[in-house]
Design a protein around this ligand. Structure first.
Ligand SMILES: Cc1cc2nc3c(=O)[nH]c(=O)nc-3n(C[C@H](O)[C@H](O)[C@H](O)COP(=O)(O)OP(=O)(O)OC[C@H]3O[C@@H](n4cnc5c(N)ncnc54)[C@H](O)[C@@H]3O)c2cc1C
Length: 324
């Protein structure tokens, strides 16, 4: 049952930061994740702070000097359909377009997508797991078929966001506003693994909010894509996925970012796979070596070793498609 909370509507970013800094306060963007968590008793809120009236957080705009600024409140559907995103940052358009259903993409925002809580069924269910302050990860010996194969440490949840992997592959930065002002950091540094924190998924401090995502102009010759495998085509989270951005010149890869979804508690950048690609032509031997490198450190649980073959297949198929 939904517990009582008070509702406040922020008029500005400063207002949102002040209201969100109160104990038990939670930011409400589209509400598609937060309200489910409150309804299901995953956590409780003293106050829900709506940011939907803060104009500065909305929309997609060009940055001076090239690139894009995407406000945290921009709906996923708007990002997936934006012409410049489709043409220059295809991985992001594909990732945003692969999230959930059309209704949820209209309601859900990019800030909420990056900050959504894990979908692990023990975390979401009536289990006092490690991430909720308990002492046990029930997935370790339980139903762990959708859990992590990389970077786990006591908690085995996987990060649920599709857009996070795409944005990390595209080298995006994120601006965070807090009581002490604003800071902009690489999105890659925004997410934290269980070895850093077992109870939170990102570096946000109490009262801090995401205000915008920044993308630089893509380098000449960059191609990017997002490939997601899920159980249901209608709408579902990634069983595994990959966001890839490669820059090609004279048939060879000059730069590469390979970021996996659905396999770790944060978007998983595979530097080894990237190294296997740079300086090479995207032929069968290269993509096989990169796919192998991406999973060489994987340690599966007893029900999810299929993800190793799945990731390799996704990478081989997607890299060859990018070469075409
Ligand atoms: C049925 C279903 C299927 C889904 N499938 C997918 C999927 O396939 N892929 C995928 O990636 N996601 C999926 N989602 C998650 C969905 O994308 C997110 O719920 C949505 O993007 C969250 O956006 P929102 O604006 O509704 O966030 P909200 O629900 O408002 O917020 C989510 C969380 O982020 C925090 N938050 C929101 N905005 C900010 C901000 N600017 N700064 C700091 N904190 C903030 C909130 O406090 C809350 O904890 C699914 C959700 C549902 C319900």
């Amino acid at each position: 049952m939904l517990q009582k909370f008070s509702y406040k509507k922020a008029a500005s970013i400063q207002d949102a930061v002040a209201l969100a800094g109160a104990p038990g306060a939670h930011i409400l963007a589209g509400g598609s994740d937060l309200l489910g968590c409150l309804r299901d008793g995953v956590f409780a809120a003293e106050t829900v702070v709506s940011i939907s009236g803060v104009a500065e957080l909305k929309g997609i705009g060009a940055r001076s000097g090239g690139g894009l600024r995407i406000g945290a409140l921009t709906p996923l559907a708007e990002i997936a359909a934006n012409q410049q995103v489709v043409e220059q940052y295809r991985a992001l358009a594909e990732a945003a377009g692969s999230v959930a259903s059309p209704q949820l993409r209209n309601q859900g925002t990019i800030g909420g997508n990056l900050c959504q809580r894990p979908r692990c069924w023990y975390f979401r269910g009536d289990f006092h797991c490690l991430r909720k302050g308990g002492e046990t990860c029930f997935a370790e010996t339980g139903e762990n078929q959708f859990h992590a194969i990389l970077g786990w440490d006591r908690c085995y949840m996987v990060h649920p966001s599709d857009t996070a992997s795409a944005l990390v592959a595209l080298g995006a930065r994120v601006t965070i506003a807090g009581a002490r002002g604003r800071r902009t950091i690489p999105l890659e540094a925004f997410f934290v693994l269980p070895k850093v924190s077992i109870v939170k998924e990102n570096v946000l401090l109490p009262g801090e909010i995401v205000t915008e995502i920044l993308l630089d102009a893509p380098p000449q010759g960059q191609r990017s894509t997002y490939r997601k495998v899920r159980e249901r085509a209608a709408f579902d989270f990634a069983t595994a996925g990959a966001a890839i951005a490669v820059t090609l010149a004279e048939g060879k890869v000059t730069a590469a970012r390979v970021v996996l979804s659905g396999v770790a508690a944060a978007p998983w950048r595979s530097v080894d796979a990237e190294k296997a690609l740079v300086g090479k032509a995207l032929d069968n031997a290269t993509v096989e070596a990169a796919a192998q490198a991406a999973v060489k450190d994987a340690v599966p649980l007893d029900k999810n070793d299929y993800k190793i073959a799945m990731v390799r297949g996704i990478l081989e198929e997607t890299l060859l498609r990018l070469a075409a």
